[in-house]
Design a protein around this ligand. Structure first.
Ligand code: GLA
Length: 731
């Protein structure tokens, strides 16, 4: 049993293999949060709460003159707005009388086998999970709340969500409905988040928590390039291999909010959920609002262990479908090869080379439909441009299949260009505030996916294309931020619902797609990694990590991404040099070294490769196939940080049985008369012996881990190495 309830003490303890999470119902049915940390056996940590008269911290009316009972001091499970806890809150309700306080108190609980699911929304799944539902009520108004917990004991993760139910007789507005609050009875914590911009996503940033609100989020309608919903808290001295740390993420692809603070009594609080800005949800009597799910993971052994737990949980309990386990095809994408300037013949020439080099799938990117010869027009017209292709889609795909390659296609279903047939017919389908010209981004508008009819119509067009040919992969893109949010289909008092209804519309489409085409491999994308989140990973097992394909910049992007997301989710390609985004020149092998730390492919004109480069591609493709399992399913170790001035950026993949290790390093700083570059490996079996493939050299695991690997003196800028160690049997 992972969920324990001590009836006498009214203590809930959620236990995973290495962590525990504790809540307690105290007097007046207030639900406290007591603990999230190392695993605890049966206990009640409420003795840590010091009841003393606290100035300017009010008390609930029923405690009368007991000034020690204050919600402004207690660590709380789901803090409510307007009732005397002035820290970051989870829920705000505008009641029928216009007041905006809600006071949720404990009513009952139930425990269920299996993990709960959320209708219409992505969520972790698993028969081996357990569910706890705690029902709360506001006794004055009748508002109800269900706190939902999913516990995966083996995977060491806990999920949370909340369902707000209007138990009043009138209409209420949910003005804020977050998914998670974590209170700590300590303040000595750092917070780590991943910021960025287009073409430089998920940069690592760490700062101490202070007596102020530190907040990140996105108002862009997507999780965004600028901030990622995965955040961590950790002890001040925590690092890759030591220290307590907590990682939380939202299973959501729309706007989000995360806020951390230290309160007046030196206690820390983290809250997270759907962005409360631009959010206000109308609930009639009996209606409910379901928040997205948040996932939490804890480790007392530093960031590497935390990442491993998160990676495994995401892989085992969130990613679905055929391509979760099956080896995904190595692809060639024509975007950086041709941009919009291609013909069917050119694509076939690329496909021929791809086949010859061992590549397994041709992905036709933007520009195959309508009048889409540039990014100024054509979005929304999902009809094949047969003139440009010189054939129907089926004829093209059949030819590619005939060569022995799979075929994949790019789409951007949520968008519309003003210069399109669809816009001529349905200008009202674009998100726009009446009477305002609004904003354009990449010269395009966003379709109102909060409207069912719009989603249905676009879905029909896309499914028609999918039905017309043997398309085995879809890259689902989203290339601007949403602004001027407004839906013509909703009355003024419901405009606060548009942002979330949009995301629900997107999820409905994606779910229909994965149900109808169970063999289809989906790759998420939003101008690269602008929607790199757990919500999308529920539908698409991989996401194009960044539009920046420069191998050296990717070192940072992929380093940051690896904290919260498994390597298998990272779409990563070898592109041309000089790189198209940074104009940097890098060795061909280095581009492969970096791209192999993900779901691998190529994105350059294969027709232009030299014979030497072609033989390199052949070897790289074979190598990636050989090491696929250890890369995709092994534990990933960040061996040096690209932020700390190391001369080499290094990482490794270690199979879960510790029998195989692929070590990779890229030199980022050259030196005259160079110091020795030694990188210590991690996660090997200390007493086992490992042979370096291609040589007769044998090392003990302890030598490689405690002594290290000595890198050669680099002979050129950005040189890289890939060393494969395999355990050998004792003689
Ligand atoms: C976005 C994607 C690119 C490419 C282009 C096509 O920028 O991230 O990979 O698909 O759109 O327009």
């Amino acid at each position: 049993m992972a969920i324990l309830f001590n009836q006498d003490k009214k203590v809930f303890t959620l236990q995973t293999k290495n962590s525990a999470y504790q809540m307690k119902v105290i007097d007046y049915d207030v639900l406290l949060h007591l603990y999230y940390g190392r695993r605890l056996e049966d206990c009640d940590l409420s003795y840590l709460i010091q009841n003393t008269d606290r100035g300017f911290c009010g008390n609930p009316y029923e405690v009368q003159h007991d000034r020690t009972f204050s919600l402004d001091y207690f660590p709380q499970e789901y803090p409510c707005f307007g009732i005397g806890d002035y820290r970051g809150d989870c829920v705000r309700i505008i009641n029928p009388d216009g007041s905006n306080a809600v006071d949720y108190r404990y009513r009952s609980y139930r425990i269920e086998k299996g993990k709960y699911s959320l209708e219409g929304m992505p969520a972790f799944y698993g028969e081996d999970g357990e569910t706890l539902i705690i029902t709360m009520e506001d006794k004055d108004t009748g508002m109800l709340l269900e706190l939902q917990y999913g516990v995966f004991e083996e995977a060491d993760v806990i999920t949370r969500a909340a369902r707000i139910i209007n138990g009043t007789k009138g209409t209420v507005y949910v003005d804020r409905a977050l998914s998670l609050c974590l209170d700590f009875m300590r303040a000595d914590l750092d917070w780590i988040h991943f910021y960025g911009k287009h073409a430089m996503e998920r940069e690592f940033e760490r700062a101490p928590l202070t007596h102020s609100k530190q907040a990140i989020g996105s108002l862009r309608g997507t999780s965004s390039h600028q901030q990622n919903p995965f955040v961590m808290l950790c002890e001040r001295n925590a690092g890759e291999d030591w220290g307590e740390c907590w990682g939380v993420n939202l299973v959501y692809s729309g706007g989000f909010y995360a806020e951390a603070e230290v309160d007046q009594f030196n206690q820390a609080r983290l809250v997270m959920g759907i962005s409360p800005d631009n959010f206000c949800w109308q609930l009639g009597p009996g209606e409910a609002f379901q928040t997205p799910e948040a996932v939490m993971v804890y480790s007392d052994q530093g960031f590497a262990d935390l990442s491993h737990k998160m990676h495994r949980a995401v892989f085992d309990h969130l990613i679905r479908g055929k391509w979760k386990e099956e080896r995904r095809p190595i692809l060639i994408n024509n975007w950086e090869a041709t941009y919009f300037n291609f013909t069917g013949d050119k694509l076939l020439r690329i496909a021929e080379d791809a086949k010859d080099l061992g590549i397994e799938m041709l992905v036709l990117d933007d520009g195959w439909f309508g009048n889409r010869d540039s990014d100024f027009r054509g979005l929304g017209d999902w009809q094949v441009n047969e003139k440009k292709l010189g054939s129907t889609m089926k004829e093209l795909v059949d030819k590619v299949n005939g060569m022995g390659l799979k075929f994949g296609l790019w789409v951007e279903p949520e968008m519309i260009s003003e210069d399109s047939q669809l816009y001529k017919e349905h200008p009202d389908w674009a998100i726009r505030i009446p009477g305002r010209p609004g904003n354009i981004g990449r010269s395009q508008l966003v379709l109102d996916f909060s409207r069912e009819d719009v989603v249905d119509a676009v879905q029909e067009m896309i499914f028609q294309v999918l039905d017309s040919a043997n398309i085995e992969y879809i890259k689902w893109d989203f290339n601007r931020s949403i602004t001027n949010l407004y839906s013509g289909a909703l009355p003024p008092e419901r405009q606060g619902e548009v942002a979330h209804r949009y995301v629900l519309g997107l999820y409905r489409f994606l779910e229909n797609m994965v149900q109808r085409y169970p063999d289809l491999l989906l790759e998420g994308c939003s101008g690269g990694g602008g929607r790199f989140d757990l919500g999308m990973l529920y539908y698409s097992p991989q996401i194009w990590c960044s539009d920046d394909t420069d191998a050296v910049e990717r070192l940072k992007i992929q380093y940051g991404t690896s904290f919260g997301y498994p390597i298998s989710s990272v779409g990563s390609h070898v592109s041309a040099s000089p790189n198209h985004q940074t104009f940097r020149t890098t060795p061909f092998e280095t581009r492969a070294t970096v791209a192999m730390a993900g779901s691998f492919g190529y994105e350059l004109d294969l027709n232009l490769l030299t014979e030497r480069e072609r033989s390199k591609v052949r070897r790289q493709v074979e190598e990636y196939k050989t090491y696929y399992d250890v890369i995709q399913r092994g534990d990933y170790y960040r061996l040096t940080s690209p932020y700390e001035g190391s001369r080499a950026c290094a990482w490794s993949f270690v199979s879960r049985d510790q029998k195989e290790c692929l070590f990779c390093a890229v030199v980022v700083k050259l030196q005259a008369n160079p110091d020795a570059m030694i990188v210590r490996l991690k996660g090997l079996c200390p007493n086992a012996k490992y042979r370096l493939e291609g040589t007769e050299q044998v090392y003990t695991g302890s030598a490689l881990m405690y002594g290290g690997v000595l890198l050669p003196v680099p002979g050129k800028e950005y040189e890289s190495w890939r060393y494969y160690f395999r355990q050998i049997e004792e003689a």
